[in-house]
Design a protein around this ligand. Structure first.
Ligand SMILES: [Zn+2]
Length: 219
């Protein structure tokens, strides 16, 4: 576990921080692929965990969740707009020529939901922000006091599969509404975060001007 800020840790689950989970206080956010679940549970050993939640219901974030919540006393909190996908074990995919292929690999173990999260809810001192587009119910976690943002896949900070760090849009074939995701990127840039934590890629410090420049370059 890598300390990022007060009460915030990063748990890299794949080489070069290409897949990340985070711990906010005593809440685990994201769980990597199904194969990452074991590594994540091991990294959490000896820590009191009160709940597990997600930025969004894609197999590289919810895949390890079943294993995390199978630990006794860990309820699962789902992004409200992705709750149906989580209970079905299959998320919404983007439009592309390889859609059938993506859909076929887009399954995961369903997870029972104890609570749903949406805009304004509090998670371990972070405020939930609705940022749909990359998934219908995608959420981010924002702490205004020290301007820390855990933003899932609204931005990538890595070019996959080359594992080269740098701000990017999320992959289009897993992003059902790209225009809506662009609006969500702007919403997050407007928060002017000092630290941005990504589902894919390294943590970004002095993030505000970099996110702003990225968003403005498109318009
Ligand atoms: Zn995703």
């Amino acid at each position: 576990m890598k300390p990022i800020a007060e009460g915030l840790w990063q748990i890299p689950l794949a080489p070069k921080e290409s897949v990340n989970a985070y711990v906010l206080g005593d809440v685990v956010v994201d769980a990597g692929y199904k194969a990452s679940g074991k590594k994540l549970v091991k990294a959490l050993e000896g820590r009191a965990i009160s709940a597990h939640t997600l930025t969004h219901a894609h197999p590289d974030h919810v895949g390890g969740s079943k294993r995390v919540v199978d630990a006794p006393g860990v309820p699962f909190w789902a992004p409200a707009g992705d709750a149906a996908a989580i209970e079905a074990g299959r998320s919404v995919v983007g439009q592309s020529r390889i859609r059938p292929l993506v859909a076929a690999t887009n399954r995961f173990d369903p997870v029972p939901i104890a609570r749903t999260l949406s805009e304004g809810d509090d998670v371990a001192g972070f405020r939930v922000v609705d940022v749909p587009g990359h998934s219908p119910g995608h959420i981010a976690f924002w702490r205004e006091s020290d301007r820390v943002l855990v933003l899932g896949d609204v931005f990538f900070n890595m070019l996959l599969p080359r594992l080269k760090p740098g701000l990017r849009d999320p992959l289009t074939f897993v992003t059902p509404d790209i225009a809506q995701n662009h609006a969500s990127q702007r919403k997050l840039a407007d928060l002017e975060p000092a630290i941005a934590c990504f589902g894919h890629g390294p943590v970004l410090h002095d993030a505000a001007p970099k996110l702003r420049a990225y968003v403005n370059a498109r318009s």
